[in-house]
Ligand binder design. Sequence first.
Ligand code: CAA
Ligand code: NAP
Length: 250
Amino acid sequence: MANDKHRVALVTGGMGGLGEAICIKMAALGYSVVTTHSPGNTKANEWLSAMKAQGYNFKAYPCDVADWESTVACVKKVSEEVGPVDVLVNNAGITRDMTFKKMDKANWDAVMKTNLDSCFNMTKQVVDAMADRGWGRIINISSVNGQKGAFGQTNYSAAKAGMHGFTKALALEYARKGVTSNTISPGYIGTKMVMAIPKEVLDSKIIPQIPMGRLGKPEEVAGLVAYLASEEAAFLTGANIAINGGQHMF
Ligand code: CAA
Ligand code: NAP
């Protein structure tokens, strides 16, 4: 999986639980790794310093993936300062969990914009240039809950299911141009997103549904991202790959 072409990988939301593991894995494979953070994230420099202390020289740009103008400005800067993006990982995402009865329009819109519109916003900035160069990878981080639905997640499940349709249609349009488009659907991974679930719900309702009886590790998802980004994965497109400890069998 070595990346001897020094490709540029752009990982949205790289300062989160999954994103950080993806950045580290891609850097270890020789990619120039660029990430984004929310414009209001006051801990971005702290994160960059901590990564630098571990030997990772990441570049990071403010970008609200839910906002078209913000993504245009961000990717323009990345292209000028780092180079054209070869691998895009649409990873940034949020939850606003509540039963449908309590779901209001603001929390529906926030999740759709951040988790689904973001795929349009970011991919649009890079995919045609990838096709012109004859090589590219679009990797969308969806969720097991996009396939099976989840209590309290009508907004999130809809957005994550929407990513599958987006991924497949895009794969068809770019299949002959050297650009692959795939979705990874992680199950429950031990990041702050999952730690926000009430403990009694996690222990009584969620863990028992996972045949392996444990949460996944961010590094396990990062390894799959690295594979999809690799030369070896050139024939793999329009797929949705489940990585969830067997939960998709229920
Ligand atoms: N399955 C079945 N019933 C559930 C349930 C579940 N997963 N979660 C809650 N309930 C039930 C409760 O037992 C309770 O039932 P009773 O009324 O009979 O006692 C009822 O729902 C509570 O309803 P409320 O509307 O009063 O609940 P609430 O507003 O306090 O909270 C909730 C509801 C927001 C859904 C909360 O239970 C919750 O946060 N659940 C976790 C949701 C979840 O799994 N999110 C995944 C986050 S991680 C992620 O998204 C990453 C990924 O991609 C995998
Ligand atoms: P996380 O730790 O909460 O990280 C989410 C990241 O998204 C943060 O870095 C955050 O950046 C960024 N982000 C949120 N809104 C943004 C916006 N509007 N613009 C730019 N960046 C934004 O969550 P995670 O667990 O690593 O999740 C990463 C992805 O995996 C998400 O798409 C999630 O839905 C998906 N996923 C997670 C799990 C899981 O179990 N953890 C399972 C399946 C799928 P800031 O901190 O700078 O705001």
